[in-house]
Design a protein around this ligand. Structure first.
Ligand SMILES: NC(=O)c1ccc[n+]([C@@H]2O[C@H](COP(=O)([O-])OP(=O)(O)OC[C@H]3O[C@@H](n4cnc5c(N)ncnc54)[C@H](O)[C@@H]3O)[C@@H](O)[C@H]2O)c1
Length: 456
């Protein structure tokens, strides 16, 4: 389905209307479910950080129940079992280290996948095959090939899959995209998207060691290449190693670039150039660039990505955001809200700073009406979980359907791949290939035995 048709279809599940009716109500009261047997039964795979944030949020809706937890690390498995008990009064009956036991569990309606990116594809496809709906974390997968496969599995098995890009359920993001599409900014010629992160600073090198007690390290590695344990590559910091993830580009990129594409109503570009490296911390352990810029070229505008680890002063002094530069004004969108900065300085001949007629210039004449600053509601994750539950009942596409997650994950990977091969790349969306053999190799998944890329 192309993006335009997709947007039309997904309008049925528009956030504002449906979600406002859910706010402050229990899930069961909204859907008329009262018997405890009608609760949505959840299994969580990957319990430590975001997986847990997701589960906790789902449990805020009273028509839900956690019946299974899975983690390869005993510490987090038992910690989260205790946390669930604290919230619900009941320990989940199934606590396992092997995620396939969750897939086998016929009582589970929905699986939350909160594992590192290199696991998402195998776990999602298996869950879909066994008739479970899935809330899967972003970025959708660690390769472009897996992204396509995951979309196919979702459609083949008719599953509801919500990707953890929760901005899609936070109403101010869609309001901003609609404003951009209204044309009031004039022609938008550049969209800048940036993430400047002081929290993702640097990873000092540490020696390899034995895995911590209680960790099934081989099951953590899964389809990724075998290697000795190193704590830098493990919980949370796996983000900065190609075997498991795509660095800041994929981590933050999918949240923000999604709205660059949505605002401009486009899919993947035909050209990308990503350039960067370990400019800030050349000797630390991270593999992914601490500094990266990418240009995505479309017929009459560019999307520019820009990230830095260890610097907080991004564009407009903001750590991250999306800015649409139109000829009449610039719209800046962040998790906190959005605002428009009108272009100034149009003179009577509609040409700024023209010489020798500069004396005719009317100073500070804005090219568009002022727009009131909009503040975000800060309930994105809560609304996203509610939208998932609602779509499980209605079988409508959720706000961050898998096609959305796949497209933006591929967009992020394109820039990483260009940076890694060290050249600009042309992308053919029909054939799903680059004009560079090494780039095409990096777009594919290379699984370690005995794990096999699912066939569909
Ligand atoms: N949507 C968001 O805002 C958001 C925020 C943070 C992270 N994330 C995403 O969530 C995912 C996880 O990131 P994190 O920060 O929570 O990582 P994390 O390392 O803190 O947690 C991952 C957990 O998965 C477990 N795990 C790994 N392999 C497993 C397997 N085969 N079976 C069962 N458990 C396994 C780990 O032991 C760990 O407990 C990533 O894809 C990340 O990009 C999304």
């Amino acid at each position: 389905m192309d993006r335009r048709n997709f947007l039309k279809r997904s309008a049925v599940t528009a956030t504002g209307l449906t979600m406002s009716s859910l706010m402050g109500k229990s899930y069961s009261s909204v859907f008329g479910q009262s018997a405890p047997g009608n609760k949505i039964k959840i299994g969580l795979i990957g319990c430590r950080n975001q997986g847990w944030a997701n589960l906790k949020t789902f449990l805020d809706y009273s028509g839900t129940e956690c019946i299974s937890l899975c983690d390869v690390d005993d510490q987090w498995l038992y910690q989260r079992a205790a946390d669930v008990e604290k919230i619900t009064g009941k320990k989940p009956p199934q606590l396992v280290k092997d995620w396939r036991r969750v897939i086998d569990n016929k009582d589970i309606d929905m699986v939350i996948i909160g594992t590192p990116d290199h696991w998402h594809c195998l776990q999602l496809v298996a869950a879909c095959e066994t008739g479970k709906d899935v809330y899967v974390e972003k970025p959708l997968a660690n390769t472009m090939e897996e992204c396509d496969l995951m979309v196919r599995a979702t459609r083949k098995y008719n599953r509801i899959v919500q990707v953890g890009q929760w901005q899609r359920s936070d109403p101010h993001w869609d309001e901003a995209a609609a404003y951009v599409q209204s044309g009031k900014l004039g022609r938008v010629r550049t969209v800048k998207v940036w993430a400047y992160q002081t929290s993702k600073w640097t990873l000092p090198v540490v020696p390899d060691s034995a895995p911590p007690a209680g960790v099934d390290y081989d099951m953590w590695l899964g389809p990724a290449p075998k290697r000795t344990y190193n704590q830098n590559r493990f919980h949370y910091n796996f983000r900065f190693f190609w075997d498991y993830a795509g660095g800041l580009m994929a981590d933050w990129g999918v949240h923000l670039l999604d709205y660059a594409m949505k605002g401009m109503n486009v899919g993947l570009p035909s050209y990308v150039y990503g350039a960067g490296g370990k400019f800030g911390y050349p000797d630390d352990a991270m593999e992914t660039p601490d500094t990266l810029m990418a240009t995505y070229k479309y017929p009459d505008f560019n999307i520019i990505w820009d990230h830095a680890c260890g610097i907080g002063n991004g564009l407009f002094g903001l750590r991250e955001g999306v800015a649409f530069f139109g000829e009449n004004g610039t719209l800046v969108l962040t998790r906190q809200g959005w605002e428009v900065m009108p272009e100034q300085g149009v003179n009577s001949r509609n040409f700024p700073y023209c010489y020798p007629c500069d004396n005719e210039r009317k100073p500070n004449t804005p090219r568009m009406e002022a727009v009131e600053k909009k503040t975000g509601g800060g309930k994105g994750l809560y609304l996203h979980a509610g939208n998932m539950l609602e779509c499980m009942r209605s079988r409508q596409l959720p706000n961050a359907d898998i096609a959305i997650g796949a497209e933006v994950a591929k967009l992020s990977h394109m820039a990483n791949i260009s940076c890694r091969v060290g050249s600009a790349l042309n992308w053919d969306n029909e054939t799903g290939t680059f004009d560079n053999p090494e780039a095409n190799r990096l777009a594919k998944a290379h699984y370690r035995e005995p794990w096999k890329l699912p066939k569909l």
